[in-house]
Structures are given as C-alpha cells and as structure tokens.
Design a protein around this ligand. Structure first.
Ligand SMILES: Nc1ncnc2c1ncn2[C@@H]1O[C@H](COP(=O)(O)OP(=O)(O)OP(=O)(O)O)[C@@H](O)[C@H]1O
Ligand SMILES: [Mg+2]
Length: 266
C-alpha cells in the first residue's frame, strides 16, 4: 500500500462563495512567452466549481496547500515531471483534485504546470474552467490535431490547460501506450520545465489508465471518504503494477472531524 499524502480534502456542498481571485504570479525558469491561447475564467465559475480562486474556507485552502507541499516534496526529490491523478471509481474527485493541485502549484510556487484532461471519454476540465472549446486531447488522439490549438492559458500565471474532448471515433488504439508516450514527449518539448498533471479516468473502468499511467513518472490515487470500498482498492492495486503510485489523497473528508484529525495525514 502507498503512503497517504493528504488524509483530508473536504468541503461542504453549500460552501459560501469566496472573493479571492487567482493570484498573479510569474513563472520560474523559462522566459515568459505566449505558450497558450489566453482564456477568461470568471471568479463566479471558480466559486461554483470549487476551484482555488473561488474558495474562501481557510481549512480547505490549507488542505490543498498541504497537498501541494507534500506532492512537490516528492516531485523534487524524485525528479518527477509527469504526474497522473486517478481513483478507483467515477466521481471520487479526481478532476477537482488534479485541477486544484495544478492551480495551487502554479499560483503558489511559481512553477509552471500543464493540466491535461486525459479522461477523453468523459472530459470535465473545460467545464470546470467554464470554457467552450474547439479542440481537445480527443482531437489529438483521433485526428492528430495540432497541440498548439489546444493549449489554453487561464488567468493564473504559469498554468496551462489541455482540455479533453470526447470523440465518438476514439478507439482503444487511439490511447495506445506508444501514442501516449509520444504525446508526453511532445508536451515536455512544448513546455520545458512544466510539471504535467494528467487527470485520468477511473482506474476500474476501461483500460485507459493502463495505457497512460506507465508513461507517467508517478500517479496519485484519490480515494473517496466512505465511498471507496476496500474491495475496490484490492482490485485497483494489481492494475497499478508497474505504476509508480506516489500516494493517496482522501477526498470528501468529513467536515465534522476535529481540526487535528483533519490534517492527520503522514
Ligand atoms: N472534496 C470535495 N468536496 C466537495 N465536493 C467535491 C469534492 N471533490 C469533488 N467534489 C465534487 O464531486 C463531483 C465529482 O468530482 P470530480 O468531477 O472531481 O470527480 P471525478 O472523480 O473526476 O469524476 P469522473 O470519474 O466522473 O471523472 C464534482 O461535482 C465536484 O465538485
Ligand atoms: Mg474526472
């Protein structure tokens, strides 16, 4: 079994909207150049979709900061440049965790981050940022569409996003390991120095995670508090063979737990 990176990232469904806007920071390392297509993301969208920038509950922001710190520690220690995020089942909180981790690192650490929606059958990152898109990873995988057309730059310095886009013509071979390996190589060339965070489908559904995860330096496993059953974890672990699982994140933590327990991860 893997380490728990953060035991609790939880928030109530009815959180009051915050007013904090995404911090303006500069990227570390490479000179600033127009790497992506600038897009607008209203704070109201960030509030509605629980993105950092729209959150005001300090406990939740602290939980994400802790996640960022622990992930970055391992990223730096192990020279990780590609990090997947998956979970056993649908709706465990993979996309929100991946997105808020990406925002937190880009904004808080001056570290460029590329967030890639690799859940190409059920993409959600464009929706999370309130974006209407013309191209996404599905187009690249099915039609070899130009990556330059799909790298978006939300108004958070250092954050780049490649949305997914469902394509009916997506075949298992579209997500072959070799194709994914080529994609990762191209992304690294396109944004040198960026941490690439890949939002993946549920590990227990379809074979996409099996194609993706071995091509990544490490993978975070999101576990949904009270929803992920032990039996699911037992089914997931063999699928993670050959995958460098960096740790687990307990999502949907109970608001009722005491503050000490809340941050009680290792
Ligand atoms: N910690 C949390 N607290 C409150 N709501 C959350 C939390 N994490 C996720 N959610 C909400 O739960 C829903 C599912 O989250 P998300 O889309 O991130 O899950 P997912 O695992 O990516 O789902 P899918 O398998 O469909 O891709 C979303 O409405 C999201 O806002
Ligand atoms: Mg998702």
């Amino acid at each position: 079994m893997t380490d728990t990176i953060v035991r609790a990232v939880g928030m109530a469904r009815g959180d009051a909207p915050g007013v904090e806007s995404a911090p303006e920071t500069r990227r570390r390392g490479a000179p600033i150049r127009p790497d992506g297509i600038p897009v607008r993301v209203p704070v109201s969208v960030m509030e509605r979709n629980r993105l950092i920038g729209g959150l005001k509950d300090q406990r939740i922001l602290d939980a994400y900061s802790l996640l960022r710190t622990r992930v970055l520690h391992r990223v730096n220690q192990n020279r990780i440049s590609t990090l997947g995020v998956t979970s056993p089942s649908p709706r465990d909180g993979k996309s929100l965790t991946a997105t808020n981790l990406a925002i937190s690192i880009a904004a808080g650490e001056n570290q460029p981050v590329l967030l890639v929606d690799a859940d190409v059958r059920r993409p959600s990152i464009a929706h999370l940022f309130g974006l209407h898109i013309n191209a996404g990873l599905g187009d690249y995988l099915v039609d070899d569409a130009d990556l330059d057309e799909m790298i978006l730059q939300p108004p958070i310095n250092g954050l780049y996003v490649i949305p997914g886009r469902a394509k009916s013509r997506l075949r298992p071979e579209s997500l072959s390991s070799e194709k994914v390996a080529r994609l990762i190589k191209r992304l690294k060339q396109r944004l040198p120095g960026a941490l690439i965070i890949v939002d993946m489908p549920p590990a227990l559904i379809g074979g996409d995670v099996v194609a993706f995860a071995p091509n990544l330096d490490a993978t975070l496993l999101v576990v949904a508090n009270r929803r992920t059953h032990e039996a699911d974890m037992e089914k997931v672990m063999p699928l993670m063979e050959g995958v460098n699982v960096m740790g687990t994140v307990l999502n949907f933590a109970d608001q009722a737990v005491s503050k000490n327990d809340y941050y009680g991860g290792r």
